[in-house]
Structures are given as C-alpha cells and as structure tokens.
Design a protein around this ligand. Sequence first.
Ligand code: 3HC
Ligand code: NAI
Length: 690
Amino acid sequence: MSDFVSVAKHGGVAVVTIDNPPVNAMSFHVREPLHQALAVLRDEPSVAAIVIACAGRTFVAGADITEFGKPVQQPELRAVIALLETIAKPTVAAIHGTALGGGLELALGCHFRVAGARAKLGLPEVKLGLLPGGGGTVRLPRLIGVEKALGMIVSGTPIGATEALEAGLVDAVLDGDLLARAVRFASEMAARGGPFTPVRDRNDRLAVADLAAFDRQAAELAKKARGHEAPIACAEAVRGAISLSFDEALAAERELFLKLVAGDQARAQRHLFFAEREAAKVPGKDLSRRKIARVGVIGAGTMGGGIAMAFANGGFPVTLLETSQEALQRGLTTIDRNYAVSVSRGSLTEAARQQRLGLFKGSTDYADLADCDLIVEAVFEEMAVKQEVFGKLDAVAKPGAILATNTSYLDVNAIAASTSRPQDVVGLHFFSPANVMKLLEIVRAEKTAPDALATVVELARRIGKVPVVVGVCHGFVGNRMLAARGAESEALLFEGATPSQIDKAFTEFGWPMGPFQMGDLAGLDIGWRNRKARGLTAVIADTLCEQGRFGQKTGSGFYRYENGFRTPVPDPEVEALIRAKAAEKGIARRAIDADEIIERTLYPLVNEGAKILEEKIAARASDIDVVWVNGYGFPVGKGGPMFWAGLEGAGKIVERLDHWHERTARPIFQPAPLLRRMAETGTWEAAVGG
Ligand code: 3HC
Ligand code: NAI
C-alpha cells in the first residue's frame, strides 16, 4: 500500500510491515500509511488479529531524529499509537533488533509484544536531551512498575529480551522464525478471545506505586543530573504517570517534550548524534577493507594493557609483547585483575572473563608478531624508542599488516619513515583507560593508504569506539586543544583565583571536574616528568611535586584528600604557596570571577579548535566536538566546544579574545582568522567554505 508500509494476510492475521531503511525510523512517510493501514484493519471483519513487524535489520529504532526542530507533520506518532489503542482485536508487536524510543512506544500501543532472543528494548531519548514523547513515560510504568520504568527512562539504557520478559515488558521471547511465531501467537490470542486491555488501562502496577519513595529516587537522580534538563524532565513525566490520570499525564509529557525538543541541550545532543556518525565516515566508500583477524600490542603498560583489553573485548585474539618476562607478567596480571574487578561488580560473567583471558598470548619475541594483521605500539613516548620498534616491526610484520602507534604527541610521519612501508602506518591514539574510554583519534599520516585508514575506522566501531580521523600535529586535536585550555591556569592562580574557584567554574559549566581535580586524579608527577624532559616549568605544580604532593595517590596535590577519601578539600597551604609565588613575581592579586575563568580557558580552547580546522587537522568542526565530548568530558548538553561557540556567540568570543590578546600578547588569545569568519557567517561550514 506504500513503499514504506505493506500489509499481508496470513489467514485471519494481518501483518503490517514497516520498511524504512536503515533503522525503520518513524518518519512522516511511515506514520501516514501506517495510520491508514491500522484504520482499515481495525474495521475489517476478516481480520482477527494484527501483527506489526519490520523489514531489515531492526524493529523501529525511534522517531525520525532528522524531523525534530521542524514543523510537525500529522499524523504524529502519538496519533498512530492512540488509534492502535482503539483496536479491539489483539495487536502484537514482533520485535527483532532494537525497539527504541518511538519504536518501543509504538509497541507499547499494542496489546502484546513478542521479541526475538537477541532483541533489545529501550527508551534512549534522554541521550538526545529528550524524554519519550510518544506516551512512553505514561505507559511503561503501567507495564513494568514505576521504579524499573524510571531507571530505564532516565538512564536510556536498553534491556535485553530476557530481562524484558521478566519485567513484563514483553509477553514472549520467541526463537526461530519470529514473524511466523508472532503470527501464531496473534491467532492464538484471537482464538482465546477478548476483551484485550490496552496498556493505558492497566493500572495495577501504578496502584501499588509509592509516591514518597519515588520522590526520594527522583531527588537522587536530580543530584546527578549536573545541569542536564532531560533526566529531571523524565522523572517529572514519570511522576505524572502516578499522580495524574492517563490523559492528563500524556498531556503533561507532551508539554515537557516540546519544551526539551526546542531547547539548546537537545539541539546539542542531536548535533552530537549525527556528528559521531559523520566522523566515522571515510571518503572513498568503495575502498576495500583489510582483513583483521589477530591484533598485536607492543608494551603492556598503562595503555598497552588497556588497548589489548579493548581488542579482546571486541573478540580479537591479541599477542601482547614486552621487553622482559617480568614486564609481560606484570601487564597480564593487571589485565587479569581488571577483568576480576568487572566480575566482582557484576558487569562481566566468570565465563566471559575466562573466554577473554583465553584470547591473550604473551611474548617477548618480535617474531611472534608475524601472524598479526594489526600491530599497535604503546611503548615509551620517545621518538628513538618508537622508531626502533617500528624498524623491528618492518622486519617481522606480514605484508599489508597495519602498523599503528599510540603516541600522544610525536610526529607519526617520522615514525612511519622508520619503516619501508609508510603506507601501512597510522596513529591510533587511545585514551586512558583504553578499555573504557570511547574516543579513538585515528591519525592519518602523509602516506597512510586510504584502505588502511578505512579499515581502522571500521574496526574502531567494531570494538565500540568512537573514531575521529585527525591529521599530524603536536598533540593532534585533543591534547593540542587541552594545552590551549590550560595555558592560562597558572596565570589565573597568580592573579587571584584559587584551584577550587577555577574547578567550580568548570563544574558549573557542566564538566565532570575541573582541571586541578583532574590533575590530582591523573597524578601531577606525569606532567612534571614531561616538563622536566622538555625543559619546561610550571611554578606551582612543580613546587607541589617537589614537596611529594602528586595528587590523590599521595593524599595531597592541589587539594588535600583526607582519610583515603577522593573528595578534594581546599588546602590553605596551597593557597599560601600561590600567594607567595605571586608576590615573588610582583603580581598583585585581585578577585577573578567565573566569567573571566571561562574566557581565559574555554575561549582559547575554541580558538585552537578554529586553528586546527583551518590547518585541516580536523575535517569538520563537528569532529572536534566528538573528540571533546568523548575524550575529555566536555558537557554533552553544550554539544562540544565548536557547537558551544555558536551558542555563546563567536562574535563575543572574538571580542574577548582580542581584549585578552591586547592585555597579554599571548598567542593563544590571538583570534584565528577562521573564528573571525565564523563570527561573520554564523556557521563553521560557511566559515570554512568562505
Ligand atoms: N532517526 C533518524 N536517523 C536515524 C535514527 C533515527 N531515530 N537512528 C539511526 N539513524 C540513522 C543514522 O544517522 C545513520 O545514518 P547514516 O548511515 O546516514 O549515518 C543510520 O541510521 C544508521 O545508524 P547507526 O550508524 O547508528 O547504525 P547502528 O546499526 O550502529 O545502530 C541503532 C543502530 C542502535 C538503532 C542506532 O542508530 C541508534 O541508537 N539510533 C537512535 C535510537 C534513538 O535514539 N531513538 C530514539 C529517537 S527519539 C524518539 O523516538 C522520540 C520519541 O519518544 C517521540
Ligand atoms: P607505560 O610506561 O605505562 O608503558 C610503556 C610500556 O612499554 C612499559 O611496560 C615498557 O616496558 C614497554 N616498552 C618499552 N619499550 C618497549 C619495547 N621496545 N618493546 C616492547 N615494550 C616496550 O606508558 P603508557 O602510559 O602506557 O604510554 C605508552 C604510550 O601511550 C606512550 O606513547 C604515551 O604517550 C601514549 N599514551 C599514554 C596515555 C596515558 O594516559 N598514559 C594516553 C594516550 C597515549
């Protein structure tokens, strides 16, 4: 009946199939024929039951996100679901793949839901800065209880078919031919006879809901929201399900949804959703991919161990190479311990741990890397050491193997030049802890072959990473911008700010923590050693390190940590040290407010991003946003530094950078020409194009 929705009869059961690749989103061109089909089937006497199913790889994965922010075209999803609920004959959603957001809400409009064993069901709207706006907050609690529903809606994390069955979200988990079994299920229900109660009229779970307990749970959630509007709105909408009538709650949900969807946070999160997918696209669609079956990792230290785990978690056998048996054993023991911790926390089963450990092969002999298709080097950050390693790899690696470096700062072209096959060399810059952090900066060197690049981008997605392709420069995108963000930290301290004031400005902005808390967490000694090696100084941080104050691990750094707790306590001794050093330098201290802190840290961050874009180190402004949100904790609700520049106003940023440049003559404040063009044109795309 349409290209996107078709109806077939299987005896007395009508199967409505949605076919809207790639993920069967509920676009207008689906909703319209679906609404029509359901209206016809409702009144068609020869139809005893209706199954809603999807073609392709998944059930409906949600509303069509590209339609948000545009005028709504009728019928809305809510109207389709409302119509569904007027049908007296049994309606069954047959769920394979993922039923997400508006997809699950559509399924909640049916009397029954049956799912394939590998199906996942969830309401991930919160991750787009939204709440379920198709009745999900009102229907889900009716089906699975308030507490469980609130958890699913506020976390946005989908649950598997078995858990959904236990919770009452699905009525059956069906193996084999899902559609055939769903049809049988529907005809059995029709034979059993009604009346069939729509979810909207099931009130037994709500009747036992404890509003006071709910409010306590919601208050806890609000504390964790850190300025995010969506989780709080989600909780408010679910509260409505308990305290209001169905129709009133639905209307309240709608109102909250409309407010969120038009807001900056949701806009920022939609931007990030598409930015992540865009970043994972490499030019040259038809490029062949190299086959990656076994991965080698050189160096079993902090990064090498985590990288090896990341590949093993993705199912790849890994050869881990170290310089000595002791170092190798140390690395393997750490990996073993990390998996054991996951088991003790319940995030990994013992069987999965054993299976993963079985994927590791340790070695101290480079010849053992000969069967690896990808080899990632994670040895000390020294060019001479890296070049020696790549020279050895050149001798043993099989032809066509991809040779990757995890360097944080070094020149990948120079590393590639130490081999006879620079076309196979690429940077894979993982973030610590590498088995956890999502971001992967993929460094494309001058001679990196396009198919090698395409292979690692695809591989990154396969192991659950968010890849961003970047060019060669000192620190690539992330660490180079981080240096710009931190360049004024010490000056701000000397001029009058305290570490806790600066950190507070950051957390109020939405960062999970400020730069000094971060430094204490990572260990101040790392930066200290780096600076010494490069002949650099940072007066306050160096002095703290000379006093043995390395941060959390020594119980003090920029803050004190009392009785083994991780809570940073401002330390008068540090403040006295700052005052003394400022006096030595003849700097008069004054009050510094949060605005100034943001101007002198985050404006240079944006400015450096513009320079990076200008130099084509990043292909798109949105790639930079993906780096900062996934690797450095930039608040998702602000969309990344480049998106935020638009919210803040590029004109204002340029003006204040000019001001600080005039005052300090520091290059980090000199506005990039591209930033000035952005201020004129209003978008990065136009600025780059112009
Ligand atoms: N709307 C529009 N496009 C969508 C979409 C959606 N809901 N979901 C995915 N897409 C697009 C992607 O942009 C991508 O397009 P591209 O190929 O042009 O880049 C393509 O579909 C494939 O997506 P993925 O690369 O993400 O495919 P995967 O197989 O890796 O993942 C998925 C599939 C798990 C379904 C994942 O796409 C996903 O999580 N999608 C979003 C789900 C979601 O957030 N749903 C809720 C939407 S909001 C809503 O429903 C509001 C309602 O309550 C009113
Ligand atoms: P680390 O010091 O913890 O580990 C390095 C390991 O490499 C040691 O176990 C050492 O024995 C081994 N090694 C040294 N030379 C070797 C050789 N020739 N052959 C085999 N193994 C050798 O260092 P870390 O922190 O793991 O850093 C490794 C690399 O990762 C560096 O290039 C660093 O810049 C980069 N990196 C570090 C991050 C971090 O947060 N620590 C983040 C991202 C990248």
